[in-house]
Design a protein around this ligand. Structure first.
Ligand code: ATP
Ligand code: MG
Length: 626
């Protein structure tokens, strides 16, 4: 027996109210989405001051008051209609949209899920008018030119939606985020936020070239600015500008990442990936970079009409955007941040209530001079005769911790230090002639102390040297390939069968990394050549670390990772170790190398390599000048 065919149900047009509610489902998720739409509208109306008032995290009330152009009384009801907009009128407009809004949907959607009123006055009116969306009632009101939109009891008529709202505190936090995003894009507009009658944020309008810097400090704190570098890059029709946080400003969460396309806050994979790849070799692990980036481009090259909340966009040429973002951030991070004071100030706050921290930046000309002035290769640092090759008998697995703090003998290196070509000048130079100053002493076998025009410089010698070596290896890898050098006496070592197997199977990978190993027996290998940059390091430790990489990641992966991880590991094992006593010449050589090396401000793990302690901070410590 077959079932009877199902009855066709009649097709009906949905009532307008329901259409709007369905649309609202996409556009309005929570109070902060209402706020986003209202702020967009206020900015599109040319407001220079916006006041936001909230109650119960925005669930009971969201009010946005602006001093923009206003809406004429006869247009108030049109503004609330679906698909009614003053911002575009044809397809061409849509394809080159320069306003935040363009669909004519937001107010209708919000009005369908809340109790909305619109109060507005244009420059031509003597008083304002208020329209109650629910009743259609239009009554006179008092206010200056501009518009106030009041949204009460969000989702009162859609209980299912209301149930998804979180606590008032959470909703409030989302609302503040929403205002923040707008405020960061528009430093020329003043913003205030009130919750339950209390002022919780007040950001006054700024103008001039420093406006964005000032707004950034207002919204995210002064530390965001002091721990960030300026980004400014032009690539054909594209401009990328803003700020990129230094690696030591990175956070556990990705909550300080702001990207804007033509002034619109977006969450975009292409941009995100571009930024991440720029941080690749300064930020290892799970740390999240902080950044504020503006990407300005011809509106015709980006489609903003792809997502209901407009938070996603589609680029006509996403490779172009990726490349521009990556280069912009990469260039910014590569420049040394010389002349900046340590942040946070390493001095007890109690001593320094009003001591200004000197942050005068290093004169550009001097910086250029320093960067262009490459000093002798730093081989003097390894000038000590290599310890006799480690036969490693006690480590049959080869798993000896390579970064062991095995103290190097305090051998005086004077006899080995080659005079630097500019040694003469160096002796005569005032301490201020170099951004990182003149070396004074070594502390605890770990730090180099130096003096520059701002005060004291403290350098983590291993971290700094590691960076210098790593950058040099990377340069070779990107260029002609890693240059290798045969050892005078091959260095034999005890190896596990896996290590031997690995060395036998991948001679070409090892070769590309500048290493040549030969098999002596089923349980021993010998290092025959090493990268010439690492020639004075411990060849056995180096070989072991590379074999370990090869075993855990495989040959293809190791080559793919080479530029970031593998070379960094190699540099780490070959950099000057703690407790190596350095002469002043060697310390100065390292400082000059740092000045000439890109990204020398942090080690390969994102930790800083040097800090400035200003004279002001020292004065404060000793309570001088009171
Ligand atoms: N604060 C305001 N000041 C002046 N005019 C406003 C304001 N808010 C809304 N309007 C007017 O009301 C119209 C409808 O606003 P609505 O937000 O619904 O649509 P839209 O901004 O044009 O497009 P979208 O749906 O993409 O936001 C706007 O086009 C604008 O003319
Ligand atoms: Mg709008």
């Amino acid at each position: 027996m077959t079932n009877p065919p199902p009855l066709a149900r009649p097709i009906r047009e949905l009532p307008d109210e329901l259409i709007s509610q369905i649309a609202a489902g996409e556009v309005i998720e929570r109070p902060s989405s209402v706020l986003r739409e209202l702020l967009d509208n206020a900015l599109d109306a040319g407001a220079s001051q916006i006041h936001v008032r909230l109650r119960a995290g925005g669930v009971r009330l969201i009010s946005v008051e602006d001093n923009g152009s206003g809406i004429a009384p006869e247009q108030l009801s049109v503004a609330l209609k679906r698909h009614a907009t003053s911002k575009i009128s044809n397809l061409q407009d849509l394809e080159s949209v320069s306003t935040m809004g363009f669909r004519g949907e937001a107010l209708a959607a919000i009005a369908s899920v809340s109790d909305l009123s619109l109060t507005s006055r244009t420059a031509h009116q003597t008083h304002a008018m208020t329209l109650q969306a629910r009743t259609g009632e239009l009554i006179p009101a008092a206010r200056e030119v501009g518009t106030t939109v009041e949204v009460q009891d969000l989702f009162f008529n859609t209980p299912a939606r209301r149930k998804f709202l979180k606590t008032d505190a959470t909703e409030l936090a989302h609302c503040v985020d929403s205002v923040r995003r707008h405020a960061l894009a528009r430093p020329d507009v003043g913003f205030s936020i009130w919750h339950e009658g209390k002022n919780i944020a007040q950001w006054r309008a700024h103008s001039g070239p420093e406006a964005i810097r000032l707004r950034l400090a207002d919204v995210l704190g002064e530390s965001f600015v002091t721990e960030a570098v300026r980004v400014n890059h032009r690539a054909g029709p594209l401009r990328v500008h803003g700020f990129a946080g230094t690696p030591d400003a990175a956070r556990a969460r990705a909550d300080h990442q702001f990207a804007y396309v033509n002034g619109r806050f977006v969450r975009d994979k292409v941009i995100g990936h571009g930024v991440r790849s720029a941080y690749d070799d300064v930020l290892h692990g799970q740390r999240q970079a902080v950044y504020l980036l503006f990407i300005d481009m011809d509106p015709a090259r980006v489609d903003v009409n792809v997502h209901p909340t407009k938070i996603e966009v589609r680029f006509r040429d996403s490779r172009e955007v990726h490349q521009a973002v990556r280069t912009a951030v990469d260039n910014a991070l590569a420049l040394p941040r010389l002349g900046q004071s340590a942040a946070p100030a390493p001095v007890d706050k109690a001593f320094t209530p009003e001591t200004p921290v000197r942050t005068a930046s290093w004169p550009q000309a001097r910086l250029d001079w320093s960067l262009g002035h490459r000093v002798a290769e730093l081989d003097v640092l390894w000038g000590q005769p290599r310890p006799f090759p480690d036969t490693g008998g006690q480590h049959p697995t080869g798993a000896q911790p390579l970064a062991s703090s095995r103290a190097e003998p305090f051998a005086p290196l004077d006899s080995l230090a080659q005079p630097l070509p500019d040694r003469e000048n160096q002796a005569k130079a005032a301490p201020t002639d170099w951004p990182l100053g003149r070396a004074l002493a070594q502390l605890q076998g770990i730090y180099i102390l130096a003096e520059n025009h701002l005060g004291l410089i403290v350098v983590d010698m291993h971290a700094a040297h590691e960076r210098v070596v790593y950058e040099r290896l990377k340069g070779q890898w990107d260029g002609q390939g890693i240059e290798c050098q045969a050892l005078l006496i091959p260095a034999p070592f005890q190896a596990s069968p896996q290590e031997v197997d690995c060395a036998e199977s991948h001679p070409e990978v090892l070769h590309r990394l500048g290493l040549e190993l030969s098999v002596l027996s089923p349980t021993s290998l010998a290092v025959r050549s090493v990268p010439n940059t690492l020639a004075q390091g411990d060849p056995v430790a180096l070989a072991r670390s590379v074999l370990e990489e090869l075993q855990s990641h495989g040959a293809t992966q190791v080559l793919a990772r080479a530029r970031n991880e593998t070379l960094a590991t190699m540099a780490c094992h070959s950099a000057v170790r703690a407790n190596r006593r350095l002469t002043l010449d060697e310390m100065n050589a390292l400082l000059r190398q740092m000045e000439a090396t890109e990204r020398a401000d942090q080690c390969n793990h994102g930790r800083p390599t040097w800090r400035q302690i200003s004279v002001a901070e020292l004065d404060a410590l000793f309570m001088r000048g009171r």
